[in-house]
Design a protein around this ligand. Structure first.
Ligand SMILES: [Zn+2]
Length: 58
């Protein structure tokens, strides 16, 4: 089974990780970085345009 993953990068601490979009809130929702705990819009964590598009599909 191939699962789509979104690559996320925290703008605050530069943590770089991947997450399944089904485990994430919508692109416009607030999201807390699991590393530094800063809350930002999830769309700000998207690594590339493509990751952002993937987020918006869920
Ligand atoms: Zn962070």
């Amino acid at each position: 089974m191939v699962e789509t993953l979104v690559r996320l990068v925290c703008p605050g601490c530069s943590k770089d990780w991947q997450e399944s979009p089904s485990d994430l809130p919508g692109a416009g929702a607030d999201f807390d970085c699991p590393n530094c705990g800063k809350s930002r819009r999830l769309s700000e964590f998207a690594h590339t345009e493509r990751d952002l598009e993937t987020l918006k599909q869920f």
